[in-house]
Design a protein around this ligand. Structure first.
Ligand code: XMP
Length: 512
């Protein structure tokens, strides 16, 4: 495996991404955790030092353990990582003097270098710079292989030890040949590029078995992709030592509970507690119309119910969670890292401490699309893997105002027709999230020869990358007309249909 030491660059995640694209297994660890002992235990085959916001000229700024230079593996230092390498190996780094560089720069070659195979085919090569400090004197043993107008030491290397130091960021899109540099680097480090989802699956199964031993594990299933993939993987590893708890709060979509429960019990034969607690949740929600109050009630009950069922499992020592890599990075990030999706509500947040459980998180190193690939590897159907996100509080936040069973039933029918329309027109995968909200107003209509006085609903569909910002989906008028007609004709209780064309910001995706 390859070790990436994170000095807090905004783009450290991209290094991991580039390596995975090369089928190389890597792990990112914040520099504080990387001690001599840690490195010895991990025994990486190669090491990359990331960029970072600090200055090596500042006393107390981040360093690597000096011994890392003696373990005899190739090392690549990027930006701050380059400066750390130079500084710790006897070179000099200076601040300022007008040599800061941000953005596009062109590197001119100075001789042949193995990690630059395939570079400089047409003279200078575009790279992306982002640095305030610069190396003013390279360390003994190093030579210069590329210069830019503001970085005389843009590319340096000590080829006898396979230490490479670059001032720019090869992992970003704006360094077009960057991927090639990583490819050359991992090749000379001896990686065969055989890290696949199949290999990951096998490796994780072994890791889970080792971690869990003969103890019991519980897992909260939400029906979402992450918890489902985590559960299936853990089940492969330890079989009936895993029990899943599916909390049905009565705020799920049409047939959702049956589909999820059916899939896990029938297709995967996983021990599953279907906690049908709709009476409890809907009872507590009665008369409540404030969005935050609703969320709090649901969050608290969720934990209570989960805990009640978890308590029935003798000897449960572990709680399984579908935590993804961006969540991990978010929690260790100390530089305000890249923008990642922050879940506004972790369903079982706080539970592990409360119940004294240890965590099993087999997806901690994966990105969302990699979790989907693992899901496919585990045989999950595409229709399940590509599902739109669904919020923890479910239909409660799509039912502004007071929640009643009647309204929820109407909403379920309308939502099912809307999603059916979207699938039929082949639009499901172009849309990030789509749903119906039932509005707390009744409006007058005429159907047949009679007067109606029924609910209005709003259709919502957005495009987004991470849910943080979103735009409404530009359906055709034909699609909207056909869908509204179907909903009004087929759903008793709705006589008016609107399309929500608010972007986020200023709106949010959900109505509450
Ligand atoms: P908003 O409405 O904040 O939604 O634009 C952004 C994304 O987050 C989901 N969402 C939630 N998910 N618990 C969740 O698990 C919540 O309380 C919650 N509120 C919003 C929403 O569905 C969208 O994908």
């Amino acid at each position: 495996r390859l070790l990436i030491i994170d000095f807090g660059s905004q783009v450290t995640q991209l290094i991991a991404r580039r390596l995975r694209e090369l089928n190389v297994y890597c792990e990112i660890h914040p520099y504080q955790n990387v001690t001599t002992d840690f490195v010895r235990k991990m025994a990486p085959k190669a090491v990359i030092f990331s960029g970072g916001p600090d200055s090596v000229t500042r006393e107390g700024s981040p360093r690597v353990p000096q011994e890392i230079f003696d373990i005899g593996v190739p090392i690549l230092g990027i930006c701050y990582g380059q400066q750390v390498m130079m500084h710790q190996l006897g070179g000099k780094v200076e601040s300022g003097h007008g040599t800061a560089e941000f953005g596009r720069a062109f590197v001119t070659p100075k001789g042949q270098l193995d990690i630059l195979d395939g570079w400089f085919t047409d003279g200078d090569e575009q790279v992306w710079m982002s640095h305030g400090d610069h190396v003013s004197e390279i360390a003994p043993g190093f030579q210069v292989y590329g210069t830019s107008p503001n970085a005389p030491f843009a590319i340096t290397a000590d080829t006898s030890r396979h230490f490479y130091a670059v001032q720019f960021h090869p992992e970003v899109h704006h360094t077009p040949k960057g991927a090639k540099l990583y490819e050359n680097f991992v090749k000379l480090a001896g990686f065969s590029g055989d890290w696949t989802m199949g290999a990951y699956r096998e490796q994780m199964i072994a890791t889970i078995r080792e971690q869990v031993g003969d103890k019991q594990v519980i897992c909260g299933l939400s029906g979402g992709v992450d918890s489902s993939v985590a559960a299936i993987l853990i089940h492969e590893a330890i079989g009936d030592q895993l029990t899943c708890v599916f909390v049905d709060h009565g705020l799920l979509r049409k047939n959702e509970a049956d589909e999820v429960v059916g899939m896990f019990r029938d297709n995967y034969n996983i021990r599953l507690i279907h906690a049908d607690e709709s009476d409890l949740f809907l009872g507590e929600l009665e008369g409540q119309s404030d969005p935050e109050t609703k969320r709090k009630i649901i969050g608290k009950l969720f934990i209570d119910v989960f805990q009640k069922h978890a308590d029935t499992i003798d000897g449960a020592e572990f709680l399984a969670q579908g935590t993804l890599y961006p969540d991990v990075i978010e929690s260790v990030s100390f530089s305000g890292g890249p923008s990642v999706t922050i879940k506004s509500h972790h369903n079982v947040g706080g539970l592990p401490e409360k119940m004294g459980l240890k965590l099993v998180e087999p997806l901690r190193e994966l990105f969302k699309d990699e979790v989907r690939a693992l899901g496919r590897e585990l045989g999950l159907p595409q229709s399940f893997i590509g599902r739109h996100p669904f919020p923890g509080p479910g239909l409660a936040i799509r039912c502004p105002g007071e929640i009643t069973r009647e309204k929820l039933d109407i909403l379920r029918e309308a939502d099912a027709i809307y999603i059916d329309q979207i699938r039929k027109h082949g639009l499901y995968d172009d849309i990030w999230q789509a749903f119906v909200a039932i509005l707390p107003v009744r409006t007058v209509g005429v159907m047949g020869d009679g007067r109606t006085y029924d609910y209005a609903c709003a259709l919502r569909a957005v495009t987004s990358v991470d849910g943080m910002t979103a735009d409404y989906y530009p359906f055709s008028h034909e699609f909207l007309g056909e869908t509204a007609t179907r909903i009004i004709n087929e759903v008793k209780g709705i006589n008016r249909c609107t399309y929500d064309i608010t972007s986020k910001p200023p709106g949010t995706i959900e109505w509450e």
